[in-house]
Design a protein around this ligand. Sequence first.
Ligand SMILES: *Cc1c(COP(=O)(O)O)cnc(C)c1O
Length: 374
Amino acid sequence: MSPSTSALKFKIRHAQPRVTATERERLLANPGFGRIFAEHMVRIRWNAARGWHDAELTPYAPLSLDPGTSVLHYAQAVFEGLKAFRQARGGVAAFRADAHAVRFRNSARRLALPELPEESFLEAIDVLLEADHDWVPSAPDHSLYLRPMMFANEVTLAVHPADEVTFLLIASPSGSYFPRGVKPVTVWLSEDFSRAAPGGTGAAKTGGNYAGGLLAQAQAAEQGCDQVVWLDSHEHRWVEEMGGMNLCFVFGRGPGARIMTPALTGTLLPGVTRDSLLVLGRDLGLITEEGRISVEEWRSGCEGGSLTEVFACGTAAVITPVGAVKSPRGSWTVGDGGAGEVSMRLRQALVDIQRGAAPDLHEWLYHASVSSEG
Ligand SMILES: *Cc1c(COP(=O)(O)O)cnc(C)c1O
């Protein structure tokens, strides 16, 4: 047996349907984001002695945790977020599941958690989609959001890399992340708070990064803004990300337009959407680059007209245009404050691939082996 072959065997335990088919369709018609959950979940256990074991598909259910469970105290937890889409020609596919599997391992390594082999990550998705494919919504801007996660479930108040870990995969039918749809957002440039610092956990998808950002998000809301923009922690000058999304800057217009996104310095989260849009931008004949942009350049670019569009990108919301910027030093608008042409073209190109409406030239779709479908 080759060492790369997953030794994990998934035990399958199907749930008694929680809701009727009619009730499910009613829920799927207006799912919101992260509110409702499919019938099943996947669980895999790990401990230092046995490695990964006891992989199973089980009914979605609450967990019972000892109050001394390590993650509740020291936050050793990582997660992923990816989407499965109903395909134009039938079946269900998850977008760039392999890239998410790699990032999940990288995040785990940073938090001193064990790395789940990529084939087990993919098989977990396959097993869940096979059981819950009825929960993949069919409306054009809806999907089944997949949330793999892992945490230290060892019972101890001692601080050390966990000897006992639980992996879970749950799924949540979702509509659009921002309920207002593809409407431009207003952002607040945070100078009081930082999301990440050199040597920290900014490149890992871990809940602590979000916990540390909530107060800044609340401050943005107090300023009448939708989202917070993170600057580098040292100079508060270089633009990094927006909330839980990466940022892209469009210079010029038409065929000669150039897209620039802040380079991955170690304090940014390496977004799969960001990476996909760099590829699609080149496919569309645009110039794409990773670089850096300061707050002053953002402002002067908008005021001088060379910087025409700014958008945020991430799995949950795909592309969200940034229409206006507010900071302690002043406010400005981006372009005419509306959704830009390049932003919307990129968004459409990505969404078409995700739903199987355009050819999957880069082999980004992971087709689930949904057997019971016609
Ligand atoms: C998840 C995440 C992103 C976007 O990553 P995608 O893979 O595109 O969904 C960007 N920034 C942060 C902080 C994130 O947690």
